[in-house]
Every structure is written in C-alpha cells, then in structure tokens.
Design a protein around this ligand. Structure first.
Ligand code: FE2
Ligand code: FE2
Length: 155
C-alpha cells in the first residue's frame, strides 16, 4: 500500500468531522422547521442530511481503503436560529468551511504530489461548491422580490 502523508490523513479526519457536523445540523433543522409547520423546508433539510451522509460515507470508505480507522473527533453542536433565513445563514457558514477545507486539502495534495487523494478532495470540493450555491439561492429566494435589486438599476 502506498504510504499516505499524515496531513492528508488529518485532512480526511477533519473533513469527516465537518460532514458529520453538517449531518447533525441539517437533521436538527429538519426537526425544527417541521415543528414550525414548514413541511417543504423540513423535506429539503432531510435531503440535505442524506447528501452530507453520503459525503461522510465516501470519506469513511476512503480511510478504510487507506487502512485507517475513521475517527471524527470534533462534532460540533447544531447551531440554532429563530427563523428559516437565520438557519440558512448558519448553513452558508458551514458550507463555506467545507469548501475552504477541501480547497486546502486539494492544495496540499498538489504540493506533495498525491494525485489520487487530490482527485478525491477535488470531487468533494466541487460538490460542496455547488451545494453552497444551492443554499445561497434558497436563501435568496426567501427575500422579497422588490428587495433584490436597488431601485433604478437595470438588470
Ligand atoms: Fe458535504
Ligand atoms: Fe454541503
């Protein structure tokens, strides 16, 4: 088996911590917004939970393939807000952390010439970017139409 740089392993572990934090956060939000009577948003948060769980599974699989036991160590408590907009703002922060973590991991792999793990992180980086954009679009859709553009600006 090809030896893996310890920092690549550390990045896999931190990624797992972040993905599982996202699982817990979106699952909590599904329950919370359901209690507010907002079933469509609850369903969407459940789908987000599944997506993050699939990312976590890919990380676990990768670590097992590399011969290491997965050990996420920094599962953070789910954050709370008073309304859907507030929740989505918190999620944008979490998605941003995931995107920058994968970007850094990708850059590390590039520097040390680890193409295989680099490709692995690259795929997750792209997916989190798309995910971050979707979350931002959801947040934007909550704003009143008239508030989206300053008055008098042609769009
Ligand atoms: Fe994810
Ligand atoms: Fe995500």
């Amino acid at each position: 088996m090809v030896p893996v740089h310890p920092r690549v392993l550390a990045d896999l572990g931190r990624a797992l911590s972040l993905e599982l934090t996202a699982v817990q956060q979106y699952l909590t939000q599904a329950v919370l917004v359901q209690s507010w009577g907002d079933s469509p948003s609850a369903d969407r948060f459940r789908r987000e939970t599944v997506e993050e769980m699939q990312h976590a599974e890919r990380l676990v699989k990768r670590m097992v393939q590399l011969g290491f036991s997965p050990g996420a160590s920094q599962l953070r408590p789910a954050t709370h807000a008073a309304d859907l907009e507030g929740l989505l703002r918190l999620n944008a922060e979490l998605e941003h952390q995931l995107i920058s973590h994968y970007a850094n991991a990708l850059e590390l792999c590039h520097r040390i010439g680890d193409a295989e793990n680099g490709a692995f992180f690259h795929a997750l980086w792209q997916e989190e970017q798309r995910h971050g954009e979707e979350m931002a679009a959801w947040l934007e859709s909550l704003r009143p139409q008239t508030a989206r553009f300053p008055v008098g600006v042609a769009v």
